[in-house]
Design a protein around this ligand. Structure first.
Ligand SMILES: Nc1nc2c(c(=O)[nH]1)N[C@H]1C(S)=C(S)[C@@H](COP(=O)(O)O)O[C@H]1N2
Ligand SMILES: [Mo]
Length: 202
C-alpha cells in the first residue's frame, strides 16, 4: 500500500520510470541532518584539488548563461518525480571557466553543512547537468538545497548535492558520505545501482 502520494507508473510513463521506483506528485525533502542556513550575499563556491584553485561568488554564477531545465528525479529510496522544472547554469558553462589538470578523473561535491558525494568526472561533465537556483519558477527553497544545488539527472538524486559550495577534483575515486555508508559508488537508476559494501579512499 503506497498511499495517495505514490503510485505505480501508468503505461504512458513506464519507459521513464526506472525499475523499482514509484511516482510521486509531491516533492519529498530528503536530507541527512538539518537544512543549513545559506545566504546568497556571503555564498562562496570553491574549486580545488586537480584544478587551479578559484573562489566564485553568487554574482559570478549569475553572470553565466541562465537556462531552463526539465528533468526527472529519482531517489534511491524508491520515489521518482517526473518533469521537475528548474533554472540555473549548465555545468559545462561553469567548467569552461576552470583550468583543470588532465589527471583529474573524479569529483567530490562539497556542501554547506558538510555533506559530500562523489562522481566520476565523465558523469559530472554530462551535457544535461546543471546548478539550479530556481524550482518551478520560485527561488529554490532552502529544504530543496537553496540557494544553489547541483542536479545530475542521469544518476540517483543523492549525487545531486544540495547547498553545494565546492568541487574537489581528484585523480582517484574517494567515497562521499552515502558512498561510505553503503550506497553504490555510481548510482545509475536504470541499472538499479542502489547499494554496495565497498568504499574508496579510507
Ligand atoms: N547537501 C545535501 N545534499 C543532498 C542530500 C543531503 O542530505 N544533503 N540528500 C540527497 C538525497 S538522498 C536526495 S534524494 C536529494 C533529495 O533532494 P530534495 O530534498 O530536493 O528532494 O538530495 C540529495 N542531496
Ligand atoms: Mo535520496
Amino acid at each position: 500500500m503506497l498511499g495517495k502520494f505514490f503510485h505505480k507508473p501508468g503505461p504512458e510513463h513506464s519507459d521513464r520510470v526506472p525499475p523499482g521506483q514509484h511516482l510521486t506528485n509531491g516533492f519529498p525533502v530528503l536530507t541527512y541532518g538539518e537544512t543549513p542556513p545559506v545566504d546568497r550575499d556571503t555564498w562562496e563556491f570553491r574549486v580545488w584539488g586537480l584544478a587551479e584553485e578559484r573562489v566564485f561568488s553568487w554574482d559570478d554564477f549569475m553572470a553565466l548563461p541562465q537556462h531552463d531545465f526539465t528533468a526527472d528525479f529519482h531517489c534511491v529510496t524508491r520515489w521518482s518525480k517526473l518533469d521537475v522544472k528548474w533554472r540555473g547554469v549548465k555545468v559545462a558553462d561553469f567548467m569552461a571557466l576552470l583550468n583543470l589538470d588532465p589527471k583529474a578523473a573524479h569529483v567530490m561535491e562539497h556542501c554547506y553543512g558538510g555533506y559530500t558525494t562523489n562522481v566520476p568526472l565523465a558523469d559530472f561533465l554530462r551535457e544535461e547537468n546543471f546548478f539550479a537556483h530556481t524550482l518551478f519558477d520560485e527561488p529554490l527553497p532552502p529544504d530543496h538545497g537553496g540557494p544553489m544545488r547541483l542536479v545530475i539527472p542521469h544518476l540517483y538524486a543523492w549525487k545531486s548535492a544540495k547547498w553545494i559550495n565546492g568541487l574537489e577534483f581528484l585523480e582517484k575515486e574517494v567515497s562521499g558520505f552515502w558512498e561510505r555508508n553503503g550506497y553504490h559508488r555510481r548510482g545509475e537508476p536504470w541499472a538499479e545501482e542502489r547499494y554496495s559494501n565497498r568504499f574508496f579512499g579510507g
